[in-house]
Design a protein around this ligand. Structure first.
Ligand code: SF4
Length: 192
């Protein structure tokens, strides 16, 4: 608090002196504000926290070389997004802490039946296990005809629930692939 107050007084005193001397400090203030994101790459995305699905801009630094991992330096609301028009709630405003959090899960995990803990598994193993379970569940729960003998060809043992960051293209593929399995219970978290 003391530091903030001291800094405020210092800037205030400096600004007053500059003003007395006839300098216009506005361009300098504007430039110092711009510097933080002046050389960043802007990537448009969607806040993943709730179904409002606010648009965000993620600013990353990096020269785009193959061996360089871009560093996220700033996240803000997208002023061109029709849902939030640049605003973010406090949770969405803290999105950068989620992206850079050292506890963020980067690998698939599985909790086996009867186990009391989650274990890391590889992506290939996860995809293989998911595919096997989908096949098994579909084979066991597929219904060709309903009680009146009408052809229905539906799978009632599987449901799909998507997230609000899923794109239109991804959702198109989800619906096509799930319908091809006969899945009729499809939902998505987003309410946009
Ligand atoms: S910024 Fe807030 S209101 Fe918007 S999607 Fe994220 S959590 Fe929801």
């Amino acid at each position: 608090m003391a530091d903030t107050r001291r800094a405020f007084l210092r800037i205030g005193a400096g600004g007053a002196i500059a003003s007395v001397l006839g300098f216009d400090l506005q361009p300098a203030y504007a430039q110092s504000k711009e510097l933080k994101i002046a050389r960043t790459t802007e990537t448009r995305s969607t806040c993943p926290y709730c179904s409002v699905s606010c648009g965000v801009i993620i600013h990353t630094l990096g020269d785009k070389a193959k061996n360089v991992t871009p560093q996220v330096v700033h996240v803000e609301g997208d002023p061109d997004h029709p849902i939030n028009r640049g605003t973010l709630c406090p949770k969405g405003s803290s999105l950068m802490q989620d992206i850079l959090n050292e506890r963020r899960l980067l690998k698939p995990q599985v909790r086996r039946p009867g186990s009391d803990h989650w274990e890391d598994i590889g992506w290939d193993q996860a995809i293989d296990e998911i595919a096997r379970r989908i096949k098994k569940t579909r084979d066991e729960t597929f219904i060709e005809r309903d009680a009146q003998g009408r052809t229905v060809n539906r799978c009632e043992g599987i449901a799909w629930n998507g997230g609000c960051t899923d794109t239109n293209e991804f959702n198109y593929l989800v619906v096509k692939s799930m319908r091809s399995l006969g899945v009729c219970y499809l939902e998505n978290q987003a309410r946009v």
